[in-house]
Design a protein around this ligand. Structure first.
Ligand code: C2O
Ligand code: CU
Ligand code: CU
Length: 499
């Protein structure tokens, strides 16, 4: 995968061993009336998995405006075919998909039906972080509501984005509990010039994970879970365990995949299907990249075009080694070793059968993509991911400083272009996320990147370094942080002020 390969570190992915006993049949057989849960190193599968994929409901802007009401509640809902108690927006998990276009205004009335504070962040959108914009410093108390308004610039990059809570200290619990949904910024070219791909259908696939106890209630994470970043026993696609898709051979599908997991990395493996990566995080790639393996850190998205090949494919996530929590020899006291990798898991099955579909249109011609590499930069900064052992347990910081909403860590002049080097001094990977301003990856740790690679989350490998270039083209005060949400809640977050 050329464009992706140049910007991504090679994932330390091991192929699934044939010994992964399990598969739907075996687990289903063992999970009879006594309960469909199976806890263990592998994901939990619902006995009724294999149900047809359902997509979240879609709310679409009209005449330049989308106004929605999102109510966050805890309640009974269907997850993986069972009645359980989770969080969710508007009673669903995921929440509705919001579809807007560049230039639109997105109004969201957030109603807090939880028993703790929350708020709402629009991850990846290039909008103002001030006032009732994408302001993560807002706290919406239980029973209260807040009216957000986001005005997307006319040249906003198209792509798949997402929304989730961002109230510091509650983020991992609330996202892991079920609060997330997709935002699609449509490409004006898609509808008008048909400049991109003709597809038979488009699917939004929100991948998340969750842990539930035998009674169907959310399970509390252990101390090592919090240190390494919790990974759920159950991996869901649109709230379903291993749903099934059907297509005819030769059909083109566009998949917009969101990694909404709190900490889990997803190394997507689509088997023998023909995959073209058309966008990552923000905006289209210059040239679609062929490839069948693609690592999404927490928060990342992939926009792919699939040309279906006959047969049954299990789309899965391959294992990803994400380092280890250095607990200073205290792992025994903490209740065992922290998990050090995202395990193999089946995501969905794709059944391709029937008469051949007509040939699809050719993949899109190369497009010019924004490139900051010839821009003057005014400043270079270094930010350091650090972990340490202290009196209160393990600490997660940038340069030894825990998040303080009242402290400004980076003061940036509006209109400037800066290079930020993110160094990881710890023995586990941390995905770096900057709000509001997209990052162009200059060096992902293996020398300069060839093509323009844009991200809003970029993984910084254990003991590794990544350099990005950022155009701070609008003012505002917001945050950057590790997108392993337990780390963010623990303080691995800083404040950037652009004025
Ligand atoms: Cu997806 Cu600051 O978050
Ligand atoms: Cu974000
Ligand atoms: Cu982290």
């Amino acid at each position: 995968m050329s464009a992706g390969g140049s910007g991504e570190r090679q994932p330390r992915v091991t192929r699934r061993t044939a010994l992964r006993i399990g598969g739907v049949g075996l687990l289903a057989a063992g999970a009879g009336a006594a309960g469909w849960w199976r806890f263990g190193p592998e994901s939990v599968l619902d006995a009724r998995s294999g149900a047809a994929l359902v997509e979240p409901s879609v709310l679409r802007s009209e005449s330049g405006v989308l106004a929605v009401r999102l109510e966050a509640t805890r309640g009974e809902r269907q997850v993986a075919g069972r009645q359980v108690t989770t969080l969710g927006y508007n009673g669903g998990l995921p929440g509705p998909t919001l579809r807007v276009r560049p230039g639109d205004t997105l109004r969201i009335e957030l109603v807090n039906g939880l028993d703790e504070p929350t708020n709402l962040h629009v991850h990846g959108l290039h909008v103002s972080p001030e006032g009732n914009g994408d302001n993560v410093f807002v706290a919406v108390q239980p029973g209260e509501s807040f009216d957000y308004e986001h005005r997307l610039p006319d040249d906003h990059p198209p792509g798949v984005f997402w929304y989730h809570p961002h109230h510091h200290g509650n983020v991992a619990d609330q996202v892991f509990g079920g609060l997330y949904g997709a935002i699609v910024v449509e490409d004006p070219d898609d509808a008008s010039a048909r400049a991109t791909v003709e597809v038979a259908r488009e699917r939004v696939l929100v991948v998340s994970d969750i842990s539930l106890d035998e009674s169907g209630a959310l399970k509390e994470p252990s101390m090592p879970d919090r240190m390494m970043g919790r990974e759920g026993d159950l991996v869901l696609v649109n709230g379903q365990a291993t749903p099934a898709l059907e297509a005819r051979p030769g059909e083109r599908e566009r998949w917009r995949v969101v990694n909404a997991c709190a900490s889990r990395y997803l190394a997507l493996d689509l088997g023998d299907q023909q995959v073209d990566l058309v966008a990552r995080d923000l905006g289209p790639l210059e040239v679609p990249a062929a490839g069948d393996e693609l690592v999404l850190a927490p928060g990342n998205r992939a926009d792919i075009v699939l040309t279906t090949v006959s047969g049954t494919t299990t789309v899965r996530a391959d294992p990803v080694d994400r380092g280890e929590a250095d607990m200073g020899g205290m792992s025994g006291m903490m209740g065992g070793d922290a998990p050090s990798s995202s395990g193999a898991v089946d995501l969905l099955t794709l059944e391709v059968a029937g008469a051949d579909a007509a040939e699809g249109a050719p993949l899109p011609a190369p497009r010019a993509v924004r490139d900051l590499r010839d821009r003057e930069t005014t400043r270079r900064r270094e930010l350091v991911f650090q972990t340490g052992m202290g009196m209160g347990g393990m600490s997660f910081t940038f340069g030894g400083l825990e998040f303080d909403p009242d402290r400004t860590d980076q003061e940036v002049e509006v209109g400037s272009v800066e290079d930020w080097t993110i160094r990881n001094d710890s023995s586990m990977d941390h995905p770096f996320h900057l709000h509001v301003w997209p990052m162009q990856v200059l060096d992902a740790g293996k020398g300069p990147v060839d093509d323009p690679v844009w991200r809003d989350v970029v993984n910084v490998p254990a003991r590794g370094t990544v350099t990005v270039r950022v155009a701070f083209d609008r003012p505002g005060r917001t945050v950057y942080h590790c997108h392993i949400l337990d780390h963010e809640d623990d303080g691995m977050m800083g404040v950037v002020q652009v004025a």
